[in-house]
Design a protein around this ligand. Structure first.
Ligand SMILES: Nc1ncnc2c1ncn2[C@@H]1O[C@H](COP(=O)(O)OP(=O)(O)OP(=O)(O)O)[C@@H](O)[C@H]1O
Ligand SMILES: [Mg+2]
Length: 243
């Protein structure tokens, strides 16, 4: 993908959460966003997903400018697959229905087509035995795999992952990271927010470090993690890479 953010600003009341965020990436499959809590990572992802309006600034994906108007955003959101930390799934629907619902209601597939597509992903993510379970009957790792299946099944041009493993224990984290790595190897485009630095190193093409609403560092993964330029990123990385 080609991604361009130009002076994206966002405030909640008088609280500035994103302060002229700019980033221009010509050709990137995996952008990993890191940074301290409260730095604005989730807000930025939500703006890119078209779920939140910036106060000013521009977002372009593959030279396509995101128009922050309700009608245009409805279309835009259909092209983006999102997976968040937790509470992704509809609790009253089965794993299968969680995947088929958007395919039918938003993407215009027939019930049979939607079930066929969902089935392929359930098998691929080793969830076929669980297709009739509701989220409460699934493990955390299984839930996130269903959420990823749902996000990928709509054939998005861009996937957004916001700390998809932060609510999981290590074993389940590995199950989910394996899938994300597989998607990476398939050449899918995604932006991932994570605190898993080891994983970031494995999958990222580019890393951007967002702190206090500003991008304080960005570049190829090696450069950002090993030779950060700013004091702020050196401090942050020293903390997260310590253990
Ligand atoms: N809907 C909202 N209303 C008011 N303030 C908000 C809202 N969403 C986010 N904020 C504030 O914006 C700031 C940035 O939040 P954000 O969730 O983007 O940070 P983050 O980098 O994702 O943090 P974390 O690593 O903890 O997930 C925080 O101070 C948060 O309290
Ligand atoms: Mg967040």
């Amino acid at each position: 993908m080609k991604l361009s953010l130009h002076n994206v600003c966002k405030s909640f009341d008088s609280h500035v959460v994103l302060d002229r965020v700019s980033l221009s990436l010509e050709k990137v499959h995996t952008l990993v966003l890191i940074g301290p809590s409260g730095g604005g990572k989730s807000t930025l992802l939500r703006i890119i997903a078209g779920l939140e309006f910036p106060n000013s600034g521009e977002v372009e994906i593959n030279d396509d400018r995101v128009m922050f108007q309700e009608e245009a955003l409805i279309k835009h959101r259909r092209t983006i697959g999102t997976v968040f930390q937790a509470f992704n799934l509809f609790p009253h629907l089965t794993a299968l229905q969680n995947i088929t619902l958007p395919l039918e209601k938003v993407h215009g597939h027939s019930r049979a087509e939607a079930e066929e597509i969902a089935h392929q992903f359930l098998v691929r993510f080793k969830l076929d035995k669980h297709s009739q379970k509701r989220p409460a009957e699934l493990s955390g790792g299984q839930r996130q795999r269903v959420a990823i299946a749902r996000a990928v099944s709509i054939k998005p041009r861009l996937l957004l992952f916001d700390e998809p493993t932060s609510a999981l224990d290590p074993e389940m984290t590995a199950e989910v990271l394996d899938i994300i790595k597989e998607l990476r190897e398939e050449g899918r485009d995604f932006i991932l927010v994570t605190h898993e630095m080891g994983f970031a190193r494995q999958v990222a093409d580019q890393v951007a470090l967002l702190a206090e609403g500003r991008i304080v560092e960005s570049g190829p993964v090696q450069q950002v993690l090993e030779n950060p330029v700013s004091e702020q990123s050196r401090n942050f990385l020293a903390k997260v890479l310590k253990y």
